[in-house]
Write a protein that binds this ligand. Structure first.
Ligand code: DGY
Length: 432
């Protein structure tokens, strides 16, 4: 365990740029939104000051409309090192009406709102230092505006949940959950862009060219509309309510209530929004028959038949109805996810699903951030033995795989890139 801690620290020190952390120097050489939140959660055990800086750097790139972009680009990195690069997103011009910053280039889409939860955990690591540096008073207005953006601009289904407009937004890029909704999206030809990811990862671990053709089409259309969210859901070719994203929104809204109380603002509105999100999750996405949350395709106004691990993430939400919690725990251990039975870490997608692939990105491999969230959810609801077993499994896999980006859920074999920041950061947190 001492060796694991030392190795995890080494990864985070190596991936620190001076103002933030890259997920990995090769594959993801800029700052990513939800990565930074998970990184801060681990970094607080290494340097509270760096953990604060991580979140401050990210939220300094917030747009005027409140969105926190999914990538903040590092100018020092050559354009060809990552695709889509700043010249594709053109945030400062195409996003001007939405209040994109002028001093820094960003993407125009978002990622799940883990930030308030991370900010609260960073504060808790050293409340005195946090207060001395005015960390939460600086972060609170940014986090409040971010959540307001999701609540006001992204409730495209009108039922009180935030919609995602691109498969990169829920962070589970090529999950089979998006296959159906993506059928409506005309892919751009693969010959019109050059993927940089294949320079750093095995093609069999990554999304396909057809996936990328659709990702590019959706992002370009959003950009060409000035990154405007307005209008009914029908205006977007892809609009989905994702349980993982909305569960993180609810959990973060609870954290924001604590932050509000700490800085002398009113916690009540945040508690009420968290409760409303929890109700909406159950009303709109709960499938009692299977015992899992599903994605809602807003264009079809129907639940998606695929079972993804995002459907278990609401376990993280405090105040989830007890019967729903019990059913989720059963589902996690059942044939779809096999947790503690056929596998030690939850796979990203249904083990029995027709599209299951143990190696390809979000179509089966086990990811460390997801399993960290499940560990926390299990512990919070009193499933201590299961949480301990999952923690031990994640630590074994993190160390055994060289802090891989993701692992084969059956063999634990490393997939994707290595020395991946959130794997190291969350291992540090689980060791604490
Ligand atoms: C990527 O580039 O693969 C990311 O997941 C998209 O943000």
């Amino acid at each position: 365990r001492t060796a694991l801690r030392r190795a995890a620290r080494r990864v985070l020190l190596h991936n620190w740029t001076g103002t933030s952390t890259v997920p990995s120097h090769g594959l993801y050489p800029h700052q990513w939104s939800w990565d930074s939140a998970f990184v801060a959660i681990g970094l607080r055990h290494l340097s509270v000051r760096r953990a604060q800086r991580e979140l401050e750097t990210l939220t300094a790139a917030q747009w005027g409309d409140g969105r926190v972009p999914h990538i903040v680009f590092n100018r020092a990195v050559p354009l060809g090192a990552y695709f889509p690069s700043p010249d594709f997103w053109r945030s400062s011009t195409a996003g001007a009406a939405a209040g994109a910053p002028q001093e820094v280039e960003t993407s125009g889409i978002v990622q799940p709102p883990v930030h308030a939860l991370a900010a609260w955990l960073v504060h808790e690591a050293d409340p005195a230092a946090s207060r001395r540096r005015g960390f939460l008073p600086r972060l609170y207005p940014r986090l409040a505006a971010w959540h307001r953006y999701l609540a006001d601009r992204r409730d495209l289904g009108g039922g009180g949940l935030a919609a995602v407009l691109h498969p990169w937004e829920p962070g589970m890029d090529n999950s089979p959950c998006w296959d159906g909704p993506l059928q409506r999206v005309e892919p751009v030809p693969a010959s019109t862009f050059r993927r940089a990811d294949l320079d750093h990862g095995a093609a069999s671990d990554r999304p396909t060219d057809l996936d990328y053709g659709r990702y590019v089409r959706l992002a370009a259309d959003y950009r060409d509309r000035g990154y405007r969210d307005g209008g009914p859901g029908g205006a977007h070719a892809f609009a989905v309510e994702d349980p993982g994203t909305n569960a993180l929104f609810a959990a973060s809204e609870h954290a924001l209530a604590r932050i509000a109380a700490e800085v002398g603002a009113a916690p009540g509105p945040h508690v009420r929004r968290a409760e409303a999100l929890t109700d909406a999750l159950v009303t709109r996405l709960w499938d009692a028959q299977t015992g899992v949350f599903r994605c809602r395709d807003l264009r079809a106004d129907a639940l998606v038949p695929e079972i993804g691990v995002g459907g278990l993430i609401p376990l993280l939400v405090p105040g989830l109805p007890a019967d729903v919690v019990r059913a989720l725990v059963r589902t996690a251990a059942g044939p779809h996810f096999g947790l503690g039975d056929t596998v030690r870490m939850a796979p990203s997608y249904d083990l029995a699903g027709h599209a299951f692939d143990p190696g390809r990105y979000w179509r089966g491999p086990a990811w460390f951030n997801v399993n960290w969230l499940l560990e926390r959810g299990l512990r919070q609801h009193g499933y201590t033995d299961r949480a301990d077993a999952l923690r031990d499994a994640a630590l074994d896999a993190a160390g055994g795989s060289g802090f891989a980006e993701y692992v084969d859920p059956y063999s634990g074999e490393a997939r994707g890139t290595r020395d991946f920041s959130w794997t190291a950061a969350l291992a540090l947190d689980l060791l604490a």
